[in-house]
Design a protein around this ligand. Structure first.
Ligand code: HEC
Ligand code: HEC
Ligand code: HEC
Ligand code: HEC
Ligand code: HEC
Ligand code: HEC
Ligand code: HEC
Ligand code: HEC
Ligand code: HEC
Ligand code: HEC
Length: 297
């Protein structure tokens, strides 16, 4: 058994693997920094099969490349590969984690934005996750309009560095959401139990409540809030609660045989009275309540 790895290595060298040593002579810049790379681990682990080791684990068998004194056509050169080939190559090792389970059908992959657009193996700007540049800068390169959204008067403090895009998004794609049944996930990440990502931080909104507000539990936080930033306090979609609530609580009858629609305010509400227009001054537990079915306490 002891001879197995050596024998295998010997057999494989015939089909074109040479190990990482020969690369040093001609690619000193790349090799001299490689010991810092998390992928270096496999370079020194000789019990791995040659196609899992070092440079050749990504660039493929290099014998002909070396013998050809650097023939670019004889090596897996990322610079000339198409997006699908790149994804396939990286996923030979990185397909096992949950965080990338949906990467093949993510909006990014479908738009040909792949691993090497965001990650830089040899010149990473961040030691963690080998990103090509600092995360927000990376995302703003292609999503410049989002920067303005995080500069609104009310916002999550992303531009200030208190949180970042991947606190809410998974750039590798996400599962179908369990809320907003018909809505597209927009690569919004899920929290525990596949719940809305917002609840990771806003735990007091998690419930379960004895009395759930269907708008929160079923439609999701974005029904009433603009998650990036808003001109309205509390990141609300409308300047005040009044027009927001009336979008649903307006007395429009339901359709189908069983639904009665969403209840309108009862007749005790005098809409002409400014006091009544401030809905959340009475309906204070608008996200759900354990003691009032009308969310009054
Ligand atoms: C984890 C996969 C991976 C490993 C391991 C890897 N590379 Fe690369 N290499 C890449 C990718 C991806 C690119 C394309 C440029 C980029 O995104 O950084 C690249 C680009 C290159 C380039 C051309 C661009 C440049 O920066 O000069 C050379 C040469 C190179 N690699 C050599 C090596 C050598 C030598 C090793 C071993 C010490 C190695 N690579 C290990 C993924 C890898
Ligand atoms: C004898 C010198 C020599 C050796 C040894 C050598 N290379 Fe190269 N390599 C080159 C040259 C020269 C180029 C540039 C070819 C070109 O641009 O047409 C190159 C290009 C590459 C590229 C393509 C870069 C691109 O533009 O995308 C990769 C990847 C690469 N080498 C990896 C390796 C790896 C891995 C090894 C070790 C197994 C290795 N090379 C060993 C000379 C060498
Ligand atoms: C749109 C940009 C983007 C693309 C495309 C992308 N990533 Fe990432 N990736 C990131 C960001 C940002 C992080 C850091 C997340 C964090 O800090 O929580 C990350 C983290 C990672 C990590 C470390 C953390 C983890 O989730 O295990 C690995 C490994 C990784 N990516 C591999 C890949 C591979 C492989 C591909 C292609 C199949 C890929 N990524 C495509 C942006 C991207
Ligand atoms: C031969 C298997 C293999 C291949 C191919 C491979 N990786 Fe990795 N990758 C690893 C291993 C092993 C680690 C180290 C994981 C650890 O330390 O937990 C790693 C780490 C990473 C990390 C850093 C994770 C962190 O937590 O900081 C990123 C990012 C990454 N790989 C991206 C890529 C990309 C992009 C490609 C394709 C260009 C690629 N990998 C190809 C095996 C591979
Ligand atoms: C507080 C959580 C949160 C943070 C932080 C966040 N997002 Fe979002 N983002 C969301 C949610 C939720 C949606 C879906 C909104 C909807 O569908 O109504 C979204 C939608 C998007 C969209 C698609 C809709 C559009 O406006 O084009 C893009 C692109 C986007 N975010 C990029 C980013 C980038 C880039 C960052 C970091 C600079 C970021 N997001 C940070 C929660 C967040
Ligand atoms: C190389 C360019 C590029 C980079 C870098 C990039 N994106 Fe994207 N992103 C795109 C493209 C292209 C699309 C698909 C078309 C669109 O909706 O704009 C997209 C779509 C999205 C969407 C919307 C998905 C949907 O369902 O509509 C979100 C959210 C998003 N990206 C977040 C991010 C985050 C977060 C980062 C940084 C980690 C990032 N992107 C980095 C190009 C990029
Ligand atoms: C990583 C933690 C985190 C996540 C995830 C998160 N938030 Fe926040 N949120 C905060 C913090 C912290 C504040 C306080 C304002 C600040 O310091 O930026 C805040 C503020 C708010 C506010 C305004 C509160 C006020 O008093 O004005 C609303 C509304 C809000 N978040 C909704 C959401 C929604 C909706 C989501 C999901 C799309 C979400 N948050 C995801 C951390 C988070
Ligand atoms: C039906 C509309 C609606 C939905 C859905 C909704 N909110 Fe709110 N939210 C509001 C209103 C209205 C306010 C302002 C309350 C006030 O004026 O006191 C608010 C305030 C907040 C605040 C700041 C004040 C506080 O109570 O902490 C946070 C944080 C918040 N919401 C998070 C969330 C999260 C997270 C979700 C999803 C789980 C969500 N909201 C879903 C309407 C909604
Ligand atoms: C996205 C639509 C939507 C929005 C916006 C919305 N709600 Fe609701 N609300 C509902 C639905 C659906 C129910 C559950 C109705 C049922 O059980 O028949 C409900 C239930 C209620 C109830 C309990 C009614 C009862 O008799 O059980 C109150 C009170 C209420 N909402 C107040 C508000 C207030 C105040 C606002 C504004 C901050 C608001 N809602 C915004 C959809 C919405
Ligand atoms: C002054 C306090 C107060 C204000 C302000 C207020 N409500 Fe109410 N609301 C109540 C009380 C008390 C009840 C339960 C008793 C009743 O039905 O009259 C109630 C009940 C409701 C119900 C349930 C009706 C039903 O038939 O089950 C809805 C829906 C509702 N309110 C929506 C709203 C909306 C939308 C606003 C803002 C336009 C609003 N309320 C403002 C006190 C208030």
């Amino acid at each position: 058994m002891f001879f197995w790895p050596r024998l295998l290595a010997a057999a494989d060298s015939k089909i074109g693997f040479v190990g990482s040593q020969p690369c040093r002579t001609c690619h000193p810049n790349v090799t001299s920094t490689f010991f810092r790379n998390p992928h270096h681990k496999s370079t020194v682990n000789e019990s791995l099969a040659p196609e899992k080791q070092g440079c050749e684990s990504c660039h493929g068998p290099a014998k002909e490349h070396v013998e050809g004194r650097g023939d670019k056509s004889k090596i897996f050169a990322f610079s000339v590969k198409n997006p699908r080939q790149i994804v396939d190559r990286c996923l030979t090792c990185h397909s096992e984690t949950l965080s990338r389970a949906n990467i093949r059908r993510s909006e990014h992959t479908r738009a040909d934005v792949v691993c090497t657009n965001c990650h830089s193996i040899h010149k990473p700007a961040t030691p963690k996750a080998l990103l090509a540049s600092k995360q927000v800068d990376l995302c703003y390169q292609c999503h410049p309009n989002v920067r303005a959204q995080f500069s609104m008067p009310f916002k999550h403090r992303v531009n200030e560095g208190f949180m970042t895009c991947s606190d809410c998004h998974n750039p590798h794609g996400t599962n179908a959401p369990t809320w907003r049944a018909a809505g597209r996930p927009r690569m919004v990440d899920q929290g525990l139990n596949n719940e809305q990502t917002c609840l990771k931080c806003h735990t007091d909104k998690r419930g379960p409540f004895v009395f759930e507000h269907a708008a929160t539990r079923v439609d999701g936080c974005e029904t009433c809030h603009i998650p990036h930033g808003s001109a309205n306090a509390r990141l609300l979609k409308r300047p005040t609660a009044f027009p927001l609530c009336l979008e649903c609580h307006n007395g429009t009858p339901g359709f189908g045989r069983t639904t009665e629609g969403i209840p309108a305010q009862s007749s005790s509400h005098n809409m002409a009275d400014p006091r009544y227009q401030n809905c959340t001054s009475c309906h204070v537990r608008i996200h759900g309540s354990n003691s009032s079915g009308k969310f009054l306490r």
